[in-house]
Ligand binder design. Structure first.
Ligand SMILES: *[C@@H]1O[C@H](CO)[C@@H](O)[C@H](O)[C@H]1NC(C)=O
Ligand SMILES: *[C@@H]1O[C@H](CO)[C@@H](O)[C@H](O)[C@H]1NC(C)=O
Ligand SMILES: *[C@@H]1O[C@H](CO)[C@@H](O)[C@H](O)[C@H]1NC(C)=O
Ligand SMILES: *[C@@H]1O[C@H](CO)[C@@H](O)[C@H](O)[C@H]1NC(C)=O
Length: 409
């Protein structure tokens, strides 16, 4: 009887161990994505770095991450709902380090907290002898005769509340000048910055290429007269950053954009807002129903920069976003139309890389009155472009001539 106890204990711990192992396996299965193939590959004559993986249960979307080395940072991504993708800008004879993360199918959005942890890193060697990869846009018109009904927009997104890549759905972005202006102003301001600027070295910037439906939106206020766009919305001010929402352009965004906020924004008693009332969340801006309806369908725009214009900011409404399989402009069965679509490949830059490359963080003040030195902004735009160009991929391109959608195989 005396040795019953140790035996019982042994059995219990074996059972516990088995449970732990199966728990770990289950966790692994729902979380980590493993690369099953990577190397030279392609589709319909277009070649590049092909990556394949096994579908992960309860996942609906994947992000292929290219790292600077086996333990390095992400410098490019390709995202897709498929279980394979081609990195078209890959260079023959180059070694790539690739890993993936999977998005929870049941999540309310693509925001922080809706992705599993990245899986193991795979080393992928592209042979020197392979055919030079071709981008889809390098291929001359594929018999498309009709004039393009879309245009291309290069935008930059600063991740908020995360150091991972942040997607455009119901988020704001800017062109490179407009966003670098904001980053320069924020990072050089003496004020306590919001959480996501808290530590510039950990900040993350993603450069996207967006295909936008050509439209003509009447009677806009924030667009500076560019009727291809709707009024800009301020996004991600709601509590749940997993599923960001957008609302009528807020006071601070109008002030930074050098637009008169007074006709649209007021304190409860009806008077004009100021920095005090804005900081105390005591300032409300009102958009017309027509404006909000247009902004919920179409990409929004506002020129930004004081005292001189330094680029633009954009809003990307979820209701207007095309699915991966939809062509931009398609009218769906329910009568809604998709009006914009992000190209699956994007480039990623980190605050630390920018600092190493000489990003100028000198203080020039920012808010009250808002201003930033344009020459400092342009200096930093060059730094940003240099860091983007340093990734071992062919030069980043967006726009120019109309080209077919990037390929997901
Ligand atoms: C890997 O890349 C990171 C930054 O991307 C760099 O800091 C680090 O030194 C690199 N490590 C090696 C072993 O090259
Ligand atoms: C910012 O993050 C870096 C890298 O994690 C860390 O070394 C540094 O101490 C942080 N700085 C502050 C002010 O928290
Ligand atoms: C909000 O504004 C009203 C009217 O100007 C003022 O009476 C009230 O004290 C303000 N609330 C806060 C929290 O500042
Ligand atoms: C950074 O920008 C400020 C403001 O434009 C400028 O005075 C300063 O010379 C710049 N610093 C460097 C190192 O270029």
């Amino acid at each position: 009887m005396a040795h019953d106890r140790p035996l019982a204990r042994l059995r219990t711990s074996t059972v516990i161990l088995a449970q732990l192992v199966s728990l770990a396996a289950a966790k692994q299965a729902s979380d980590a994505v493993t690369v099953s193939f990577c190397g030279a590959g392609g589709w319909r004559g277009w070649t590049g770095l092909e990556v394949r993986w096994k579908a992960v249960p309860r996942s609906d979307y994947y992000e292929v991450q290219l790292l600077t080395n086996a333990t390095g940072n992400v410098f490019a991504i390709v995202s897709t709902g498929a279980t394979h993708a081609v990195v078209q800008d890959a260079i023959p004879g180059t070694t790539y380090w690739v890993r993936l993360r999977a998005h929870e199918a049941s999540a309310p959005g693509l925001g922080p907290g809706t992705w599993g942890s990245p899986g193991p890193v795979a080393e992928c060697q592209l042979p020197r002898s392979m055919e030079t990869p071709q981008r889809v846009q390098d291929v001359p018109s594929l018999g498309r005769k009709k004039p393009p009904h879309t245009f291309w927009l290069e935008v930059m997104r600063e991740s908020e509340y995360t150091s991972d890549v942040d997607y455009l759905t119901n988020h704001d972005s800017g062109d490179v000048v407009g966003d670098v202006a904001m980053v320069t102003a924020s990072v050089s301001s003496g004020r306590r910055p919001p959480d996501f600027f808290g530590n510039f070295t950990k900040s993350t910037y993603t450069l996207y290429c967006v295909e936008v439906l050509k439209v003509s939106v009447p009677d806009t206020i924030t667009t500076g007269g560019d009727d291809r766009f709707a009024d800009y919305l301020s996004c991600n001010l709601n509590e749940d950053h997993r599923a960001p929402e957008c609302a009528c352009d807020v006071w601070i965004d109008r002030v930074i954009a050098n637009q008169d906020p007074n006709p649209y924004c007021h304190v409860p008693t009806g008077g004009p807002c100021d920095m005090q009332s804005w900081l105390k969340r005591n300032c409300t801006c009102t958009c017309t129903e027509h404006s909000l309806r247009m902004s919920a369908k179409y990409t929004g725009k506002t020129p930004v920069g004081v005292p001189v214009q330094l680029g633009n900011w954009y809003s990307h409404p979820k209701a207007g976003e095309c699915r991966e399989t939809e062509e931009v402009g398609v009218i769906r069965r329910d009568g809604s139309q998709c009006t914009w679509k992000t190209r699956p490949d994007a480039r990623v830059v980190h605050g630390l890389d920018l600092l190493h490359a000489g990003f100028n963080t000198s203080s020039t003040g920012f808010i009250d009155p808002p201003h930033v030195d344009p020459s400092q902004v342009y200096q930093n735009v060059n730094v940003f472009r240099r860091v983007v160009a340093s990734g071992s991929l062919r030069p980043w391109q967006c726009g120019g001539e109309h080209f077919e959608q990037a390929i997901i195989v």
